[in-house]
Design a binder for this molecule. Structure first.
Ligand code: SF4
Length: 362
């Protein structure tokens, strides 16, 4: 197929739905890791047209949602300092910290700018040598190569007024944490196509083998997601647990090796806190010792922040597939996209925001 519209074609979609319906014989719980896929599932009403035996639960693959509250509070503290230009992707500005968000800090006079790439932040640092320029380096494996590149670029330019507030997270350790939990309900996974575009899918075989769950690399259009579900269901019904690629027009087994190389040049594995979930061992990336001078958390001495989460928010349960947004007592009343209590109501990839936007209440 050549055009995006073909991946939304109703006849092709119905053909795959029919195939899934013929295959499924018992209830199964399938998790899509990525918030972009959650958004597509809600937007196109895919769960409602699937056989009732299939339950889709929504994983932690929304970088805005899982950036720890402690890290948001660090961002607020750094951004409020004089002579700092704090740069970030736009959707991070509305994520609630313990006491306000980056918009609140900007309204108080801080210089906070939305950028579309960490390289834009390097350019701002070049143009403002009297200021400290900080980029909020959040995200999964998808944003890490550009963020690593920005550090290399700043080093080549000899900039000493550029730094990253790093909060990178990785998908495979999160899958281990979900599947290894005694409360786990997930029986099959849709892996995120864009993450696998960078990293390939060689990391998933040990996970499929250890927990005996099928994992299928999947894209973002309705037909992509349904084909991924079809592959997972066939495996579940057969009792097999392999890693398959239903997004081969984009993803290769090895992934983008130059991108992986620059990530490993600049970052190293570290433990990471996930908002609402807690610490997941070796699930993040931090700057390697030779690049520590670009670490904003060190440069601005904001290591000892004690965050406070809204007691109503159950986003962590939702991101592990244990609850749905409508199970939260605050959903669509105290918590809305205009007044979010938790990060999953902020990001367009957040499950709560997707349920709210598309009117899903059961
Ligand atoms: S509806 Fe709001 S408070 Fe409830 S889980 Fe979602 S983000 Fe948290």
């Amino acid at each position: 197929m050549k055009y995006i519209s073909e991946y939304r074609d109703a006849h092709r979609v119905q053909t795959v739905i029919d195939e899934i319906t013929r295959t499924v014989s018992q209830p199964w719980v399938i998790m899509e890791i990525c918030g972009g896929q959650t958004h597509s599932i809600l937007k196109y009403g895919l769960e409602q047209i699937l056989p009732k035996e299939l339950e889709l639960v929504h994983g932690p693959g929304c970088p805005v949602c899982v950036t720890s509250l402690e890290m948001i509070d660090k961002a607020l503290a750094i951004a409020a300092q004089p002579d700092v230009i704090f740069t970030s992707y736009g959707d991070m500005l509305r994520v609630p910290g313990s006491d306000g968000d980056l918009f609140t800090v900007r309204a108080s006079g801080a210089d906070i700018r939305v950028v579309y790439s960490s390289l834009d932040a390097v350019k701002i640092a070049q143009e403002n040598p009297e200021k400290q320029v900080v980029f909020f380096a959040i995200g999964f494996e998808t944003t890490a190569p550009a963020n690593a590149m920005s550090v290399i670029h700043a080093q080549k330019l000899g900039l000493n007024n550029f730094s990253l507030l790093v909060s990178h997270v990785r998908v495979p350790p999160a899958m281990h944490a979900i599947l290894g939990s005694p409360d786990n309900r997930v029986q099959g996974f849709l892996a995120a196509g864009h993450v696998c575009t960078v990293m390939g899918y060689w990391e998933y075989s040990p996970i499929a083998e250890k927990y005996k769950v099928p994992i299928v690399v999947t894209g973002f259009e309705p037909l992509d997601i349904l084909q991924g579900i079809s592959f997972v269901v066939k495996q579940l019904e057969k009792g097999s647990y392999e890693v398959e690629n239903a997004y081969s027009r984009v993803v290769s087994y090895e992934g983008n090796q130059p991108a992986q190389k620059i990530i490993s040049q600049v970052f190293e594995d570290c433990d990471q806190k996930w908002r609402g979930i807690g610490n997941i061992p070796m699930s993040g990336w931090q700057l390697k010792p030779e690049f520590k001078s670009y670490d904003a958390a060190d440069r601005f001495h904001v290591q000892r922040i004690k965050p406070t989460e809204s007691p109503l928010c159950i986003a962590g349960q939702i991101l592990q597939g244990l609850n749905k947004p409508f199970d939260c007592s605050a959903f669509a009343n105290q918590c809305t996209p205009e007044h979010p209590l938790g990060a999953t109501m902020v990001s367009s990839e957040g499950a709560c925001a997707a349920y709210y936007r598309y009117g899903r209440s059961t």
